[in-house]
Design a protein around this ligand. Structure first.
Ligand code: EAX
Length: 322
């Protein structure tokens, strides 16, 4: 019901604006100063420049128009224009994307970016395009780490019984079940309050998100588990995009690439500065983590969610990218 209401409101306010004024709304779940906010602004500025002002844009930040799942649905029904989202809920719409959400798959940022900017990334953008969505470009959220309010997590045993919010992603849920936590899927806009009220003890997100959302206000411990790389993607609504000329489509694509470059630069910056920022704000940052036991449990419990349907070919291809 809530989703339907948000969708209806978005349809009235955004649909009209997009048609009459060529004003493109870029939705995302974080603050305007976050890596997504910076990316959204780069999208808008590039699109405005390339089109000589024929297109303008504005951000709908901080989950104003719903969680990532709601916004993806909005793209499909045409009530949203452009969305920057993690792949968290995207597998519910395009199951092939789960390949990218597998824990301990990507070695580092270079590996992930190379895969997404290459042949595999293009294939998966095309897959998105077969599901009533337009995948414009891969962008980035970052390697995810566990935070919580209860204790310093150093080993899987420390996760035992911890109520941990995950994204609405069955690969991630299976991984955390395997590692010993009690995963609770939840949309991002509900997360801060859920932690504040003790509905969940913790969550997992990259440094970018932990700092943008000021999770230190409700979380004490952050463990640099880096258990999964979290890709993000710039998506457009077919209702908007399919009506564009080829030239206009190329503007949208270039704007999405500029958005990804801006967000990745901000990810890079925060990977350096974010740890200090978390410490300054009172978090205990646990860095001495042996990832091997986490990886073993996570892989055992979660890879089959993907491989039962699609086999191991894509995983092997991703691992082979140097
Ligand atoms: O995309 O839901 C999440 O935890 C995401 O990482 C966040 O919304 C940014």
């Amino acid at each position: 019901m809530k989703h339907a209401v948000i969708g209806a409101i978005a349809a009235i306010t955004l649909g009209t604006a997009a048609e009459a004024q060529q004003n493109v709304v870029v939705g995302h779940s974080l603050s305007p100063t976050s890596h997504y906010g910076v990316g959204a602004q780069a999208f808008i500025d590039t699109l405005t420049d390339l089109s000589g002002g024929a297109f303008t844009g504005e951000q709908a930040p901080a989950g104003q128009l719903g969680g990532e799942r709601d916004m993806i649905e909005g793209l499909q029904i045409g009530s949203m224009d452009v969305v920057i989202t993690s792949t968290g809920p995207l597998g519910n719409f395009v199951p092939e994307i789960y390949a990218l959400d597998l824990p301990f798959l990507f070695r580092d940022y270079d590996h992930a970016r190379k895969v997404l900017d290459g042949e595999i990334g293009q294939e998966l953008l095309d897959k998105i395009g077969e599901n009533n969505l337009v995948g414009l470009a891969w962008t980035e959220n970052g390697f995810r780490h566990v935070t919580n309010s209860q204790r310093a997590v150093r080993t899987p045993a420390d996760l035992d019984g911890l109520k941990l919010r995950t994204m609405e992603n069955k690969v991630h849920m299976a991984a955390f079940q395997g590692m010993g936590a009690a995963p609770t899927p939840m949309a991002f806009p509900e997360l801060f309050t859920a932690m504040q009220q003790g509905v969940v003890d913790g969550q997992e997100n990259p440094v970018t998100v932990i700092t943008a959302a000021k999770f230190w206000e409700v979380q004490k411990y952050v463990s640099l588990t880096g258990h999964v790389y979290s890709p993000a993607v710039v998506l457009a609504s077919p209702a908007l995009y399919d009506g564009l000329t080829d030239e206009q489509k190329s503007w949208f694509q270039q704007a999405a690439k500029a958005s990804a470059a801006a967000s990745r630069a901000e990810v890079n910056r925060l990977e350096e500065a974010g740890i200090a920022l978390m410490r300054e704000n009172g978090m205990e940052v646990i860095t001495d983590i042996d990832k091997a036991p986490f990886a073993e449990l996570a892989e055992k419990s979660s890879y089959s969610v993907y491989t039962d349907q699609y086999g191991t070919e894509m995983i092997d291809r991703i691992k082979a990218v140097e």
